[in-house]
Design a protein around this ligand. Structure first.
Ligand SMILES: NC(=O)c1ccc[n+]([C@@H]2O[C@H](COP(=O)([O-])OP(=O)(O)OC[C@H]3O[C@@H](n4cnc5c(N)ncnc54)[C@H](O)[C@@H]3O)[C@@H](O)[C@H]2O)c1
Length: 316
């Protein structure tokens, strides 16, 4: 098949592109390189441009059999600093894709996020649970609202316009190739451990996350793609809930670092316009019913992240 991956130069997208190519598909990438890397896997066709630009999107979609839509302004601190870009790229970009495939029959896999669940205290959280987002004057929810809007447009397009779309909600994908520059916690902490600098943990470190290795996440996305129901949504995540303070300790131990841990209050790190999600654990029964099982442990992924950051350092 000819497959378009928007955001294919990004962290998740680049792993997806490699996997799709290995499956024998011919892959095109639409990306503006705002956070993505220019070194695309060989054989991938590149369309450099903005997913908000309908003519670029239409051009990129010409002759394509399927589209995986990942282009987005990602990462809460990054999105907080670029509210307008985050809202327009994520919402308008998704709208452009939906408009361009309408009536063409091109199927779409939309990459959503666990961020849409907000600060719900439900653990584990499942697809049909209520979402609980904060007030719009708290900037840290902008990303969540934008991803939620993407889902709403996709579902409306499916229900009312016959668009063939499936949605995955990724939960904290991590792994080799991820940059800490945009606030992602694991590469940020690993980089500091490797440099022997204090690991900055925000808040009291009691907040939890459930990480999934990006290679497992991509496998989950492809299972949803193959076997998921049209118009439906699937959590794709890991199984081990970890407190961020414990994560920092584990990173120090695994990298044999002499770093210490330093707690930084949220308002110091992000200003007053920030609210934290206390726990985030996915219920993954639905995607498991399609054959999904996360296989790579958190420790293995941390070591892979350390190796990839070390290699990048040597290259530089
Ligand atoms: N990484 C995670 O843990 C995670 C979790 C939940 C959801 N997601 C979703 O997965 C997708 C990929 O995220 P990622 O972690 O790989 O982030 P990323 O920043 O590495 O990738 C996003 C890509 O989109 C591109 N992009 C940004 N704005 C664009 C625009 N206007 N036009 C064209 N391209 C543009 C960037 O250059 C980048 O290559 C996103 O939709 C994100 O919401 C990621």
């Amino acid at each position: 098949m000819r497959v378009l991956v928007t955001g294919g130069a990004g962290f998740v997208g680049s792993h997806l592109v490699v996997r799709l190519q290995a499956m024998g598909h011919f892959v095109s990438v639409l990306d503006d390189f705002s956070t993505g890397r220019r070194e695309l896997p060989s054989g991938a066709r590149l369309i450099e441009g903005d997913v908000r630009d309908s003519s670029i999107v239409r051009q990129a979609l010409q002759g394509q059999d399927a589209v995986f839509h990942l282009a987005a302004v990602v990462g809460v601190p990054h999105a907080m600093a670029r509210q307008w870009d985050s809202l327009t790229t994520n919402i308008v970009g998704t709208l452009r894709i939906l408009e361009a495939i309408e009536g063409e029959g091109t199927p779409l896999l939309l990459c959503s996020s666990s961020a849409i669940y907000g600060k719900t205290l439900r653990v584990p959280v499942q697809e049909e649970d209520d979402v609980q987002l904060g007030n719009t004057h708290v900037a840290s929810w902008t990303y969540s609202y934008a991803k939620l809007a993407e889902e709403l447009f996709a579902r409306a397009a499916h229900a009312e316009r016959g668009t063939r779309v499936k949605i995955v909600r990724l939960f904290n994908a991590i792994g080799p190739g991820q940059s800490g520059r945009y606030g992602m916690v694991v590469p940020r902490l690993v980089a500091r451990a490797l440099a022997g600098q204090p690991l900055l943990v925000y808040g009291d470190g009691e907040q939890t996350r459930t990480f999934v290795d990006v290679r497992d996440a991509v496998a989950g996305m492809l299972l949803v793609w193959e076997w998921g129901r049209w118009g439906d949504v699937y959590n794709v995540g890991g199984v081990e809930e970890v407190r961020i303070a414990d994560l920092a300790r584990r990173i120090i131990a695994l990298t044999a670092s002499r770093s210490t841990i330093q707690l930084v209050p949220y308002d110091q790190a992000f200003g007053a316009r920030f609210e934290e999600t206390p726990r985030r654990v996915p219920r993954i029964d639905k995607v498991r019913s399609l054959g999904y099982e996360p296989r790579i442990t958190l420790d293995e992924t941390i070591l892979a992240v350390a190796a990839s950051l070390g290699a990048a350092e040597e290259e530089a």
